[in-house]
Design a protein around this ligand. Structure first.
Ligand SMILES: C[S@@+](CC[C@H](N)C(=O)[O-])C[C@H]1O[C@@H](n2cnc3c(N)ncnc32)[C@H](O)[C@@H]1O
Length: 286
């Protein structure tokens, strides 16, 4: 189905409203390749008709299908490797030391915001198990959220094909943290039990989520407008504990956001510690 400029405007507006992902006419090919089948399935003669149906009928399933189709769910186990090295060798040991002086030294809260199909939170869980031999005696929870229902459903199942585990999981990981299930690999109960999955839009309020010691928010903000991106990182900082660590994607940087984020370096990895002075977020719309 050929796209007109009205089609592009209508789809870009709807997608921005549904999930904050910014698209423009340069992404026409992507819109066509991702929404074409959906438009046909719905019997819509144009993309304007598809967006009107989603808006006017308030069809939640159609809205969710559009979000599932348009968002990029590319991910892999231990993506970029160095953030997980930094988590294991620097952030977590420092966090454990800082926690020693608190009433709950073994309570750790981690958030994988935009977890896609689960490889990121499971990689975090494996890193924790590697580091903490008696993890069953700790109070650890990894909250893993994403806006895509389809991604969350797959993540919750925790079953991956051979080509998916081949992207990032080593033979040693397979041996220790996966169970063979016919042609596939299932995440072991020990790893699975550390992660709670939930559908969540990063543009919604974080008030119900609690406070986090570590946040991974990687490779999602790149799809938002610069203003929405900045707002997101400041809101995440507000949801983080006094001594905490924020990991962003390899192509993302918080260096332009002033003193609210203190960069930390470990080998090739840069991650951030939110400054506890919240007045540094002044001027950022919540
Ligand atoms: C490229 S994946 C990144 C996955 C993982 N963090 C990583 O770095 O490998 C981007 C994810 O962001 C999710 N996403 C996009 N917009 C979102 C929003 N407004 N709220 C929550 N998740 C969103 C998509 O569904 C997708 O799964």
């Amino acid at each position: 189905m050929q796209m007109t400029s009205q089609d592009i405007d209508a789809v870009c507006g709807l997608v921005l409203d549904l999930c904050g992902v910014y698209l423009d006419e340069t992404k026409a090919y992507l819109i066509e390749s991702r929404l074409g089948t959906l438009a046909k399935r719905e019997g819509c003669s144009s993309y304007v008709a598809l967006t009107q149906r989603a808006r006017v009928t308030g069809d939640l399933k159609l809205k969710q299908d559009i979000v599932d189709a348009i968002t990029t769910q590319e991910t892999l186990f231990f993506r970029d490797n160095s953030p997980f090295e930094a988590l294991r060798n620097k952030a977590l040991p420092e966090l454990f030391d800082a926690k020693e002086k608190t009433p709950f030294p073994r309570r750790i809260r981690i958030w994988s915001a935009a977890c896609s199909t689960g490889q990121e939170p499971y990689s975090i869980a494996m890193t924790l198990i590697d580091l903490i031999p008696d993890i069953e005696r700790w109070d650890i929870q990894i909250l893993a959220t994403d806006i895509s229902d389809a991604a969350i459903a797959k993540a919750s199942r925790g079953v991956y094909a051979e080509h998916e585990v081949a992207r990032g999981a080593t033979a040693s990981h397979l041996d220790r943290y996966f169970v063979r299930e016919q042609q596939n690999w299932r995440i072991s109960d020990r790893v699975r039990s550390l992660v709670a999955f939930r559908r969540y839009n990063l543009h919604d309020s974080f008030h119900s989520l609690g406070q986090f010691d570590v946040v991974f928010c990687r490779n999602v903000a790149i799809y938002f407008t610069p203003e929405a991106r900045q707002r997101l990182f400041f809101r995440i900082a507000d949801a983080m504990a006094a001594h905490s660590y924020l990991f962003v994607g390899a192509s993302e940087s918080l260096m332009n956001y002033g003193e609210r984020f203190q960069p930390q370096h470990h080998c090739r990895s840069v991650f951030y510690q939110p400054n506890s002075d919240r007045t540094m977020s002044v001027g950022v719309r919540k």
